[in-house]
Design a protein around this ligand. Structure first.
Ligand SMILES: Cc1cc2nc3c(=O)[nH]c(=O)nc-3n(C[C@H](O)[C@H](O)[C@H](O)COP(=O)(O)OP(=O)(O)OC[C@H]3O[C@@H](n4cnc5c(N)ncnc54)[C@H](O)[C@@H]3O)c2cc1C
Length: 402
């Protein structure tokens, strides 16, 4: 017989585990499913210093898991994929999984995180080319370096964080350069749009350079900055950032051997001759998109939001989707940092407990504290993954009332 639970959570990452902790404190019967063999999600690979911020995701995951110890009603099933969430006749849900642990649930929380966007350029399928996130898992979770001498193609918070992590692990970086503009990389925006996005990341730049970084968003100053960009690049996160250089192809016969680079002019167009930089691995960084496939069969209302990483569900302030009883937390609802996903997971977990009849005064004050904590974490976050994410969260949630 299919087991009945109060809440099924899909994803044992930052948001799913934090929500489970909040539900566990209220003695609700909770099943958390994660297809990865270990709980913790992306937190498991995050350990770096960026600007003044030190972040150890594995420690955060261990703390969240500790909060579930000794809670007999909460069960974490790892190595189990949820392939469908269907509405049932009672207004609840049937959660279908592989291998078979199907459950029926009164509420479902989708906390499936984010996936990486591709950066297709000639040569990107050669062995030795992988995404920054793949390399992060290899190096930090499995303790295997992707190579000794590498180059990162694609800018953004993730490139900087993972460059810093792999540098600490012993990788020699030959630079971090811009991804090329082409039909295949149209989803990344033009080179000038990417410079503009970088201008909002001043907090991770060396203090003396921050005013210059901000000038990148002023079209009139860009040619000046790019034409006078230091030849050796700007030292950051254990590598040298070359905003004035673009990778045009990855070169190799059986495996990656070099990357072809060209200079960029102030309008973001390649100029001058190409040169080859020998490397033994290449990382691609195209940003993140929410993983939302489980929501589509239920007809959940979605909206396009570049600031939150693309197509995202419209959520109420409680984290509920347009389908009653179905909630979303963490990166599945929009790309923000690990610390935000934890705070969001706890808040949505408490709202789910409230919707299931928990109405003690203690719950009301826990909800108010969790809301304050989420606002504070967002306010104090040193950067946004995409510019404007904080404001956009508010807009998308206001949409739900339209
Ligand atoms: C490659 C990558 C690197 C990142 N690096 C950083 C970083 O360095 N710093 C930072 O602040 N943020 C980083 N992030 C953002 C990161 O996603 C958040 O920090 C935080 O971990 C998000 O928490 P989450 O719970 O929403 O998702 P996650 O931590 O990604 O957890 C989602 C979980 O859902 C599981 N899952 C997905 N679909 C299913 C399914 N159908 N069935 C069962 N299980 C499923 C996954 O296995 C995963 O464990 C990164 C994200 C990615 C994708």
């Amino acid at each position: 017989m299919t087991e009945r639970v109060d809440v099924a959570i899909v994803g044992a990452g930052a948001a799913g585990l934090a929500a489970a902790g909040a539900l566990a404190e209220r003695d609700l019967v909770v099943r958390i499913f994660d297809e990865y063999p270990e709980a913790g999600g992306r937190l498991l690979g995050q350990r770096y210093r960026l600007g003044r911020r030190r972040w150890d995701g594995r420690e955060v995951a261990s703390e969240l898991l500790r909060s579930l110890h000794g809670r007999p009603h909460v069960f974490v099933a790892t190595g189990v994929t949820v392939y469908e969430v269907a509405g049932d006749a009672t207004g609840g849900f049937l959660v279908r999984t592989h291998p078979d642990h199907d459950v029926t649930a009164r509420r479902v929380l989708v906390a499936t995180g984010a996936g990486e966007n591709p950066v297709p350029l000639p040569g990107w399928t050669l062995p030795g080319v992988m995404t920054v996130g793949g390399a992060q898992v290899m190096a930090v979770v499995h303790r295997v370096l992707p190579g000794r001498r590498g180059l990162i193609i694609g800018t953004g918070v993730l490139s900087f964080a993972i460059a810093a992590e792999l540098h600490e692990a012993g990788v020699e970086w030959l630079g971090l350069v811009m991804a090329p503009e082409s039909d295949a990389t149209a989803h990344l925006g033009s080179v000038t749009e990417r410079w503009d996005a970088l201008s909002h990341l001043g907090s991770v730049a060396p203090p003396l350079l921050r005013p210059l970084v901000r000038l990148l968003r002023r079209p009139a100053f860009r040619p000046l900055l790019i034409n006078h960009y230091p030849r050796a690049g700007v030292a950051l996160a254990g590598t040298h950032v070359h905003l004035h250089q673009v990778a045009t192809r990855v070169v190799g016969d059986q495996e990656v051997a070099a990357v072809e680079l060209r200079h960029l002019d102030g309008r973001g167009q390649p100029i001058g001759p190409a040169r080859l930089v020998p490397v033994d691995f290449v990382l691609l960084s195209g940003g993140l998109s929410p993983v939302t496939e489980l929501l589509d069969p239920l007809g959940v209302r979605m909206t396009e939001s570049p600031a939150l990483g693309g197509r995202v569900p419209v959520l109420s302030s409680t984290g509920e989707t347009s389908h009653r009883g179905l909630y979303v937390a963490g990166n599945a609802g929009g790309i923000e940092s690990g610390a935000v996903a934890v705070a969001q997971g706890r808040l949505v977990g408490l709202h789910i407990a409230h919707s299931l009849g928990g109405s003690r005064p203690e719950l009301a004050s826990a909800l108010a504290a969790a809301q304050r904590s989420l606002s504070e974490v967002r306010r104090e976050a040193p950067f946004e993954f995409n510019p404007g994410a904080r404001k956009e969260v508010v807009r998308v949630s206001q949409d739900s009332r339209a």
